[in-house]
Design a binder for this molecule. Sequence first.
Ligand code: ACO
Length: 389
Amino acid sequence: MRSAPPRARRAEIIGWGMCVPTRVVTNDDLAQMLDTSDDWIRSRTGIAQRHIAGEHESSAQLAIAAARAALEVADANPREIDLVIVGTTTPDHVFPSTACQVQAALGATHAGAFDLSAACSGFVYALATAHQAIASGEHDVVLVIGVDCLSRRLNWEDRSTCVLFGDGAGAVLLRATEGPAGILATVLGADGSGGDVLIIPAGGCAMPLTAETLEQNLHTLHMNGQEVYRFATRVLPAATEQVVHKAGLTLHDVDVIIPHQANRRIVETASKRLKVPLERFVINIATYGNTSAGSIPIALCEAIAQGRIAPGSTIVLVGFGAGLTWGAVAIKWGAPSAEAAAPFYRHWWRRLLYRWAALRGGWLRTSRAVTVWLIRRTTRRDTYPKNLG
Ligand code: ACO
């Protein structure tokens, strides 16, 4: 008797969450500080408003809130997580990584953690990496976050760029499965020769920050908008077709396409090129602007909340961004809605568990500080090498 072929191990999304800053900046607000108008921004981009991080908000904070929401939907314990991957180009610090901040805040004490830099493609790159980590058998539960606070890297006097972006985070929790649902295929691409089309020139080791670079605004985002537009309208349909083909499907099989939200017109062009009706695309750019690595997971969360994605749906996530980079992921959706998946996820004991996990992170930090202080006090100075003492 022939034995059944081994079933493919893949990654399934079992939890999702998003977080955007509370402060909303409308086009009219911008028109009061810049030579622009609601009509220009809306007609050229589809953007009506964006959420901008306040003084006390940061990428890590948004990422942590989105991750907590994803854990609640999945009804998962943070200690189950094997790996935290954060797609971001606006980390709180050069190091430690934002992923390590998330890992500590969640109390994900068994997880490795790293940031992944692929600009607006960051979430798709991170999702593809998580899928490989799970499909290889190396990890079972992976948390993937896309987050950016590009408002911190914009020149707020440059009307050609600052009107386009907003801040935000989205997260998904993935678990290994051998069932039919999960990630079916991934496609990643890059063309580094186009690096200067979308660039923050200063602040890295090639051009450290100086008074001069600050005065010339070289620490802010510089973009050749028309080149990015041409690139995006080419790769968005191409990557979508590739990933669908790789998954063994056709475009007719795809229920929902969630593109990176950079410009409504880019999505309209992709819809025409693919001959896929615009209604099948998720577009929420009017509310959030371009949230970079946050845009696709935020749109995913909204599509689930609106009931556009249900068990059995086939969806494609497709992104593009600085680098230049692009990528797409085809998914067979398996998880029921948040309420059906985890009817008890709002229970007080679950919240208590997360609070406890967070307190544990704080306790670890405090006990490390106390240990270092005690060692310093009790170690005789002459035991240190001379030049360190
Ligand atoms: N308000 C009013 N006028 C403006 C504004 C503004 N906010 N910005 C530019 N203009 C003016 C320009 O100065 C120019 O004036 P001029 O003709 O007198 O010189 C005129 O509008 C036309 O400017 P263009 O740059 O040619 O405008 P275009 O139609 O190309 O639209 C846009 C610009 C919206 C940026 C478009 O090129 C675009 O969407 N490109 C893709 C951008 C993108 O997707 N970026 C992010 C992708 S990757 C990532 O997410 C990090």
